[in-house]
Design a protein around this ligand. Structure first.
Ligand code: NAP
Length: 283
């Protein structure tokens, strides 16, 4: 393990850019992985508004560093790159960037992170699964891309604002995606997997995004929301005996893929999970 105190003129800056960023758990996860793997880098959160975002992102990357991008700048970051991965082009969002030969590269590791989290939940690919996807924001786009890559048989999208769901389906969907006009379309329906990509569950007094015991029959539940303790959807799902997981595993897995982009090798996912668990337990 590298000594944390050793910051030299070779140390790479890996920066989290967003607004706000003070609540982020990524610095705990990444700095643990950096120490564990002995790479010469430091991960810092930099609050950054939309005027500064493109310049800071390009400047950090061209100075030999890299980073992550979080809300509300993932779409803007996608427009500041010289080279985009397929995941960025499909979702229109970038959450990871780095420099190579003076050019700025970007990926959206939420897509692969979600795919890996699904494998942890289901014990294998979601091939052939019938999926109900709640939400139509950035996380829902990453989820839809990952589910289609996994070979899901059908993904039905339900969102408070139906037009946003239609836009997501038009962008990524194809023949295996359908948009639901409202909860009425769920009566007597059953799905293999429910994915919550709305923000409901972040605040203590949030209602359930959907009650798996009342509104729909499902076998497994992946909630992308994470916070201290169980989310209400995960708690309810487990009470019903369903297989359920919150967004912590996806957070770790998208971070592991980002680490691979910056350092060209895989980190210890166990160490990253452990760092997240420790910080979540702190009062
Ligand atoms: P976003 O682009 O702002 O989208 C928010 C989504 O939540 C939209 O579908 C929105 O519906 C819906 N929503 C918000 N308030 C609602 C309400 N009161 N009732 C019903 N629906 C509501 O956010 P995002 O980036 O997609 O993130 C969504 C969630 O995923 C957040 O909790 C975020 O923390 C989580 N996330 C987790 C990870 C991870 O690694 N685990 C990664 C990315 C995101 P409308 O379209 O109708 O506004």
């Amino acid at each position: 393990m590298r000594d944390v105190g050793t910051i030299s003129a070779q140390t790479r800056l890996i920066a989290l850019l967003g607004d706000p960023v003070h609540h982020s758990l990524s610095p705990f996860i990444q700095n643990r992985a950096f120490r564990e793997e002995g790479v010469d880098g430091v991960y810092l959160a930099l609050r950054c508004d939309e005027v500064d975002l493109p310049g800071v992102l390009r400047g950090v990357a061209r100075a030999g560093g890299g980073g992550n991008v979080t809300l509300p700048h993932k779409e803007l970051a996608a427009t500041a790159l010289d080279h985009s991965t397929d995941a960025v082009r499909r979702t229109g969002a970038c959450n990871t960037f780095w420099g190579e030969d003076g050019e700025v590269h970007g990926d959206n590791t939420d897509v692969e992170g979600l795919r890996r989290a699904l494998h942890t939940l289901l014990g294998g690919p979601a091939e052939g699964a019938r999926v109900l996807l709640l939400g139509a924001g950035g996380a829902a786009r990453a989820a839809l891309a990952a589910l289609l890559d996994e070979g899901a048989a059908e993904v039905e999208i339900l969102n408070r604002t139906v037009e946003r769901a239609r836009a997501v389906a038009r962008r990524l969907g194809g023949e295996r995606t359908r948009v639901l006009e409202g909860r009425a379309g769920l009566v007597d329906r059953s799905f293999d997997l429910l994915v919550n990509a709305t923000r409901l569950g972040l605040d203590h007094d949030d209602p359930l995004p959907l009650d798996p015991g009342r509104h729909v029959q499902v076998e497994s539940v992946l909630d992308l929301v994470y916070r201290a303790g169980e989310t209400p959807l995960v708690r309810r799902s487990r009470e019903l005996g369903l297989r359920a997981m919150d967004g912590a595993e996806m957070l770790v897995q998208q971070g592991a893929v980002a680490f691979e982009r910056w350092w060209g090798r895989s980190p210890s996912v166990e160490a990253m999970r452990d760092a997240l668990q420790q910080v979540r337990q702190e009062p």
